[in-house]
Structures are given as C-alpha cells and as structure tokens.
Design a protein around this ligand. Structure first.
Ligand code: NAD
Length: 358
C-alpha cells in the first residue's frame, strides 16, 4: 500500500503574499535572517498583518546551529505566538520548524500555525517534514524529521526571489534539480512522486538559465519557485539519496552552501548510481533506467540507456558550467592537503572523484 499526501495549503504566484491580510488580531512570531530585515521584506510582511502583536527573531544564519534554535525557543516561550511566520531561504524556514516542534516537546505552548514564505527557489522546506540543524562542534548537519514540522501554509511569491543574486540562484537551482532527480530514482518513488519530480525537471531545465541571466524576470522566478516546491512534495514522500548524504557531510565540514555541493556532486553520483560499466545493452539496473527516463523527459538524445544516461550527465555538466558551479573542492579554496586527507578517508566512494577531478 502506498500513500501520497500534501499537508500544506500552497498559495502561489504574484500577489500571493496578500494571503497574509487574513491574519488579524494575532500574536505573531517572525523567524528570519538579517538580510530580510535590512532588505525591507520583514516590513513588507508585517504591514499586511492587521492589528497583530509582532515579535521578530532575525538571528538565523545559513545552516542554523543548535544554539540559534535554543535562542528561538526562548523567544517563542516568552512570546507564545499563535502564528509563526518563517521567511527566508531554507535556513530560516528550517529554524522556524525546529523552534516550533522543540518548544512543543518541552512544554505546552499551544500549537501555533506555521506559515513558510520562501525567498529562495531551492529547498522545498515550505512543504517538507524535515529541518536540517547543524552541530558546530563537529560541523555535522542533522536532519530532524517530524510530520508535525510540516508548515500549514506555504506562500510562494516570486517577487521575493527577484533579489537573489546569481550565485544564490545558481546554488539553489541546482538544489531543486538534485531533489527532483534523487526523488525520481529513489526506491520509494511512486507514480505520484514521479509526477512532481518530472514537472520539476522540465521547469528547471527550461527556466533556471533564464532566472539566472534575468533575475528580475518574474515569469522565470515564478516557474522556479513552483518547481522548488514541487520537488519538495516529491522528496517529502520519496525521500533523497546518496547525493544528499555526501552533501550534508562535506557541506557541513567545509561550510559549502547546500545547493552548491549538491550540484557539484550530482553528475558523479549519477555516474556511480547508474553503474553503466556493469550493464550490457539489454541489462541495466532499474536506477540506470530511471536516469534514462529523465533523459527522455528532458528530450535529450536517448537511443538506449547508455546514451540517455551519458547525455543527462552531459546536460547537467553544461548547465553547471553556465551557472559557474565549481567542479572541485580545490576550486573552492580548500587546500590540496585537506582534500587529500578527505580523499583518503573516502577513497572507496565516488566522493574521491569530486576531490581529484580538475
Ligand atoms: P539559506 O536560507 O541558507 O540562505 C543563504 C543566503 O541567501 C542567506 O545569506 C540569505 O540571507 C540569502 N537570501 C535568501 N533569500 C534571498 C533573496 N531573495 N535575496 C537575496 N539573498 C537572499 O539558503 P537555502 O539554500 O535556501 O537553504 C539552505 C538550508 O536549507 C541548508 O541548511 C540546507 O541543509 C537546508 N535544506 C532543508 C531542506 C528541508 O527539506 N528542510 C531541504 C534542502 C535543504
């Protein structure tokens, strides 16, 4: 028996932020980062909340650490909000989710409604049950999982993403593609998760290059914002794989933005997972066949599994070059000595390739 559920009410498109005008006379906690305050996004959102008592917690940094979550819990237990609005990229949204969930674990602070408003098109966190929290002592990233953390409402207003610079558009866009591909080849994939992953991939390969080149073009921003959310719906049920496992470990260790390390790894993980060297012309793994399906979905030349998978890898590498995603850890300024140590640690995995390819 399979199941697919969407636990979040999703409002999308230009003007969707107006949904907030329905919130009146409430005690509200906004969880966000400094950029959102400085750039006027918090003011814009606050102005829509009629007669509300607004508390702002804007200390979230990328890859939020446990200590910040603890500060947020203090803020929540003092302010006792009826509504939490998490605004920003995946980091503030993950923080809002963890703050809400962990507060409820330690006391009765009601069940605040959680509204997630993403300002990057990347993580899909606005519809998932995951929250990734970092332990700064060992630089490890821990995914918390609870259905209770799934936001009640997601608002996808493309105007909020228009300010994202090219590097953030590129990194987060590669995150979207990685989510969709990992969900699609997952052993938990179903027709339902495949539908969201397929649409994500079509939208992303068409609109990510446009959003990257013309950041103010709202049609491209809207398509990428929708794609990011749809990828979240897919992996929330199908889950992710090797790419994310390695990305969390290496990204945490070297403080590499999540989407960037996902994008760096993606072609290598596809090559490893598809394992074409072991396939004969009619005998490839189910995983290889699913990568081949993706090549067909993207209308790439795919006369057989081998050609399809190789063209998918080629297409991703072309996109990465265009988006200026680094190819190696040394390109990121990580010393060859440290890369060598990492390589020795991980010599038997495909990760070795990302360290050594030049
Ligand atoms: P982020 O939230 O860490 O933000 C990165 C930077 O982008 C910040 O400096 C932020 O201020 C800036 N930024 C955000 N929106 C902007 C905008 N519109 N204009 C200009 N600058 C903007 O980045 P992210 O990639 O969205 O999130 C990454 C985090 O999400 C990681 O911790 C990752 O592990 C986590 N994650 C969670 C899930 C999930 O399901 N919960 C899935 C994938 C990743």
């Amino acid at each position: 028996m399979n199941n697919f559920n969407i636990n979040t009410d999703i409002y999308f498109g230009q003007g969707s932020l107006d949904k907030l005008e329905e919130i009146r006379n409430k005690n509200v906690l906004i969880v966000t980062d400094e950029f959102m305050v400085k750039f006027g996004i918090v003011d814009k959102i606050s102005s829509k909340l009629e007669n509300c008592n607004i508390h702002i917690f804007s200390d979230i940094k990328p890859d939020p650490p446990v200590e910040t979550i603890a500060e947020g819990i203090k803020k929540l237990t003092k302010s006792k909000p009826e509504v939490i609005i998490a605004i920003g990229g995946g980091s503030p949204i993950d923080a809002g989710k963890a703050i809400k969930e962990l507060s409820n674990k330690i006391g009765d602070y009601g069940s605040p409604e959680l509204i997630a408003i993403p300002t990057t098109s990347g993580t899909g966190s606005e519809v998932t049950m995951f929250s990734v929290i970092t332990n700064r002592n060992n630089n490890k990233k821990y995914p918390l999982v609870s259905k209770n953390m799934t936001p009640h409402i997601a608002i996808l207003d493309p105007e909020l993403v228009a300010s994202a610079p090219q590097t953030i558009t590129a990194d987060t866009g590669m995150d979207v593609i990685t989510h969709a591909i990992e969900a699609y080849v997952s052993t938990n994939a179903t027709d339902f998760t495949d539908a969201f992953a397929e649409k994500t991939l079509k939208l992303s390969f068409e609109y990510l290059p446009i959003a990257y080149k013309q950041g103010n073009y709202l049609v491209a921003r809207e398509k990428m914002h929708n794609a990011s959310c749809m990828a979240g719906l897919a992996f929330n049920v199908a889950s992710l794989g090797l790419n994310h496992g390695i990305a969390h470990a290496v990204g945490g260790k070297f403080k590499i933005p999540h989407g960037r390390i996902n994008g760096m790894l993606l072609p290598l993980v596809i090559e490893y997972n598809a394992d074409l060297s072991n396939g004969s012309i009619n005998k490839y793994s189910e995983t290889a066949k699913k990568y081949y399906d993706i090549a067909k979905i993207l209308n790439l030349p795919a006369q057989n599994v081998r050609i399809g998978v190789n063209n998918l890898i080629h297409e991703i590498n072309n996109l990465k070059r265009m988006l200026k995603i680094p190819r190696t850890l040394t390109e990121l300024g990580i010393s060859e000595e440290i890369v060598k140590e990492l390589k020795e640690e991980l010599i038997k995995t495909t990760l070795a390739d990302v360290c050594t390819q030049t």
